[in-house]
Ligand binder design. Structure first.
Ligand SMILES: Cc1ncc(COP(=O)(O)O)c(C=O)c1O
Length: 437
């Protein structure tokens, strides 16, 4: 006999997952935790239930209008020019792909084979994948070494652009980070904006997780220069607390979207509508798509933008709580200080070499995972394994963070070679700026 819906809901795999993984709701540092909210979940249910076709204005204008309003709110909150238009996509990877497709169309007419784009060694992997999918060869994506603070250095870009031009290549795009996944580093956006304008390069800013911080006063100051982007990726399913999937691309010269992506086959002619109608299928690579922006619109309406601001401010301050807690642990070092809700650190007991520390930190992350009360990701900075905490879940408390760091200290003790040794009074903590690049 077929199971009833209520029985199926009772054995919903998602609920057993949450039971087995309590960190899903509290301390999770998977690359970017995705703390959703109830109103948006209900909006998704309504969208799924009514199943509007927001692809064309004719069929889905009411909800398409809600998406347009949400896009415009984002534009205003990020202080982007009034010419900006955009669309909601499944996430940051698709937004980066769409942004780079636009850059290619706008700057490389007939010269794609010689085009060169630039990013730092801290760019998200979706940038390299997008370049590959767009048909660029490996030598057409120039990955530049980031500076000591993991930022793309404008001088380095400028000299490489000059060298590439001299060699007959066609530099066309710089991908800058507004919050790297690894450390939260923000590239020098105003300087990169100036450089791109001077050199007539497209500036794509990947703010998939970081750009939302501009809603808070502290984040807005850190993210000055976002308005220099030709295209900007921002993922509401990261720091705007939306359930998956909702990424967003905002484009300064909004008209380019339609120019690049519009396709009008004969079977859509009858529903094409008037020139001023917004058919989202004209703005990106997807034809049929869910009305993803409705949940963002609804949650902004329900909670008000100040609730989002304070959630973001909370995340920024939690990373500082984490940094301070690590600094109090003997034999631990802060490798990259709290930036946009990310802090990286490692256990580095005296008398251990770098390889031992790599193994130790991987073992600590694994032990925490097994223990089950929190989840801390590892990453690699300058070839060394570090622990990375991303504190953007508004339900996480300072006490959760402190307890998790204390637990890491406990888990480290029996695994470190110096088991039993009393903690050193002069802790081995290395503070930001003290560590070589
Ligand atoms: C900076 C950055 N860009 C792009 C992405 C990719 O986003 P998504 O996983 O939504 O495709 C991420 C994901 O963590 C990210 O941190």
């Amino acid at each position: 006999m077929a199971a009833t819906p209520s029985r199926l809901c009772g054995s919903w795999p998602g609920s057993s997952c949450a039971g087995a993984c309590p960190w899903i709701t509290r301390v999770s540092s998977r690359s970017c935790p995705g703390p959703g909210n109830f109103v948006s979940a209900m909006a998704d249910a309504l969208v799924a239930g009514t199943n509007p076709y927001v692809t064309t204005w004719l069929e889905g204008s009411a909800l398409a209008q809600a998406e347009l309003v949400a896009l415009d709110w984002l534009r205003e909150l990020l202080c982007l020019p009034s010419t900006t238009e955009g669309l909601f996509l499944s996430g940051g990877s698709m937004a980066n792909l769409t942004g780079l497709a636009l850059a290619r169309a706008a700057k490389l007419e007939g010269m794609a084979g010689r085009g060169i784009l630039y990013c730092s060694d801290q760019a998200h992997s979706s940038v390299a994948r997008a370049a590959r999918l767009l048909g660029f060869g490996e030598d057409q994506l120039v990955v530049l070494r980031s500076d000591r603070a993991y930022r793309l250095e404008p001088g380095t870009v400028a000299s490489r652009v000059a060298a590439d031009r001299a060699a007959g290549r066609v530099p066309f795009c710089v991908v800058a980070n507004a919050g790297t996944t690894n450390t939260g580093a923000i590239d020098p956006l105003p300087e990169l904006g100036d450089l791109c304008r001077r050199e007539q390069l497209w500036l794509h800013i990947d703010g998939a997780y970081g750009a939302a911080a501009a809603l808070s006063p502290e984040g807005a100051a850190l993210l000055a220069g976002l308005d220099g982007a030709d295209s900007l990726t921002l993922d509401p399913h990261k720091w705007l607390f939306q359930p998956y999937e909702i990424g967003c691309l905002l484009v300064r010269d909004g008209g380019l979207l339609k120019k690049t992506f519009r396709a009008l086959p004969e079977y859509l002619e009858a529903i094409d509508g008037a020139e001023e109608d917004v058919n989202f299928c004209d703005r990106g690579p997807e034809l049929t798509r869910a009305a993803r922006g409705v949940k963002l619109w609804m949650s902004f309406k329900a909670f008000g933008v100040d609730a989002f601001r304070s959630g973001i401010t909370h995340g920024l301050s939690l990373a500082r709580v984490a940094q301070a807690a690590v600094e109090r642990l003997a034999g631990w070092e802060v490798v990259s200080p709290a930036q946009l809700g990310v802090v990286c650190f490692r256990c580095a007991p005296p008398g251990t070499d770098e390889d031992e520390r790599d193994r130790l930190n991987a073992a600590i992350a694994d032990a925490l995972l097994q223990q089950g009360s929190a989840m801390i990701a590892t990453t690699v900075l300058r070839e060394r394994k570090v622990l990375r905490m991303c504190t953007i879940n508004p339900r996480t408390t300072p006490e959760d963070i402190e307890a998790t760091i204390a637990l890491l200290g406990e888990l480290a003790r029996p695994r470190s070679r110096n088991t039993g040794q009393a903690p050193r009074a002069d802790s081995e903590v290395i503070r930001c700026g003290e560590r070589g690049a």
